[in-house]
Design a protein around this ligand. Structure first.
Ligand SMILES: Nc1nc2c(ncn2[C@@H]2O[C@H](COP(=O)(O)OP(=O)(O)OP(=O)(O)O)[C@@H](O)[C@H]2O)c(=O)[nH]1
Length: 392
């Protein structure tokens, strides 16, 4: 990957690790293992649990969505099913995202009042197993955007290795990972978990060598894994040729991933996991941060233009031409350290406007995220429709 912009040098920031994966892949067990590992190294992480439906957390979360939202009550009150309940709970929690970010930012910096307390180095985020509810919802976007705007953020996509041994399930998992990458635009680590039950070497080989994957595919076709008539291979052959071409298409995607094998249960592979986190966090600073900065500058510029337009409209409404009105203003430039006059009642009104602006900020981010969802591809649009039915 070539970087076009150089990242500005920043003080070292904690890395946020967001654990995502299908239900039962082992996210919570991995979080628990990482938590124990970091405590042992005397570098305790800051932990955020975003799974409102989890019943038994094996680690101590610093911020827990369940403290703010009662998922069961949300389901009852809004007459929702489990997925709708999780999504609504996340939406409700998102209204607190600014508070959460404030806390994280405070904990990431040294506290002069508590010189013994070391700034955190890692933030761990556990997410619901209903992966789409988190990643494809407005609240998921807001949370990830907020995290990535303050910290290098890495996605750890956890896979149950034992359940991905056929070429078809493997490909489904990789396509899922690919869609997460497109959705989040964040660096990703693929974590093959449960390697105490099934070694992940076969999967790593499939990702590194197309011929090896092709061989696995032929074996699956010959063993009738795609539902053809016994002894006659893979039915129409459609599945086999689709998986084959997908594998070629994904070669570029595989090249930019870090892949690690762990057993969250036994605690193996955790060192390698942290090496991958370090690599991806560096990649974030080098390649993703400049892009984020560029997008932020573009957004600010658009906002400024919009304000200028509104101002011009307002001036026209007051029958004051742009030039005439600007000539009524002195050419004083205010600086941050200029002495401030006491606030007049008018100024106070303006201050209220700023507060209002802040409140509208969250609303605007919701709307932008929703728009984003609807502006996407056809599949995305049908998903948005699904989400609407969930909300209704
Ligand atoms: N053998 C083995 N079992 C594991 C491993 N990691 C997790 N498990 C088991 O897999 C099951 C699911 O683990 P969880 O950590 O709850 O999975 P999750 O992804 O958080 O599940 P959801 O909360 O439903 O999304 C549990 O029974 C774990 O004990 C592993 O490395 N090896």
């Amino acid at each position: 990957m070539e970087s076009t912009t150089t990242s500005t040098s920043r003080p070292e920031r904690p890395v946020a690790i967001v654990c995502v994966g299908l239900a039962g892949a082992g996210k919570t067990t991995l979080m628990q293992q990482i938590y124990a590992y970091l405590h042992q190294k005397k570098e305790p992480p800051y932990v955020v649990n975003l799974d409102p439906a989890v019943t038994n957390l094996q680690y101590q979360a610093n911020i827990d969505i369940r403290d703010s939202v009662n998922y069961k009550k949300v389901m009852e009150e809004y007459g929702l099913g489990p997925n709708g309940g999780i999504m609504t709970s996340l939406n409700l929690f998102t209204t607190k995202v600014d508070q959460v970010m404030n806390i994280l930012e405070k904990r990431a910096a040294p506290d002069p009042e508590k010189p013994d307390r070391k700034p955190i180095k890692r933030i761990l985020i556990d997410t619901p197993g209903q992966i789409e509810v988190f990643l494809w919802s407005a609240s998921g976007s807001i949370m990830l955007d907020s995290l990535a705007s303050s910290f290098p953020t890495v996605i750890a996509y956890v896979i149950d290795t034992e359940r991905t041994t056929s070429t078809a399930t493997f490909m489904s998992n990789m396509l899922y990972a690919c869609s997460i990458l497109y959705r989040t635009k964040l660096p990703m680590i693929v974590v093959f978990n449960k390697t105490d039950v099934k070694d992940a070497e076969f999967a790593k080989k499939w990702m590194a060598d197309y011929e090896a994957f092709r061989e696995g595919l032929t074996q699956d076709e010959n063993s009738n894994a795609f539902g053809g008539v016994e002894g006659q291979g893979a039915g129409t052959g459609y599945m086999g040729s689709l998986i084959d071409s997908m594998s070629l298409t994904l070669e570029e995607f595989y090249r930019n991933l870090n892949v690690v094998s762990v057993s969250a249960l036994k605690g193996t592979g955790i060192d390698k996991f942290f090496e991958a986190v370090k690599e991806k966090a560096d990649e974030f600073e080098k390649y993703y941060q400049p892009e984020l900065d560029r997008r932020r500058a573009e957004r600010d510029e658009n906002k400024k233009k919009q304000r200028e337009k509104e101002l011009e409209k307002m001036m026209k409404g007051m029958s004051m031409g742009g030039t005439a009105s600007s000539s009524l203003l002195g050419d004083t430039t205010y600086k941050e350290d200029d002495d401030m006059e006491p606030l007049s009642p008018d100024d106070e009104a303006e201050d209220d406007f700023d507060d209002e602006d802040d409140r509208e900020g969250l609303q605007a981010r919701y709307e932008a995220a929703m728009r984003d969802q609807q502006d996407s591809t056809g599949a995305d649009a049908s998903f948005a429709k699904y989400l609407h039915t969930q909300r209704d």
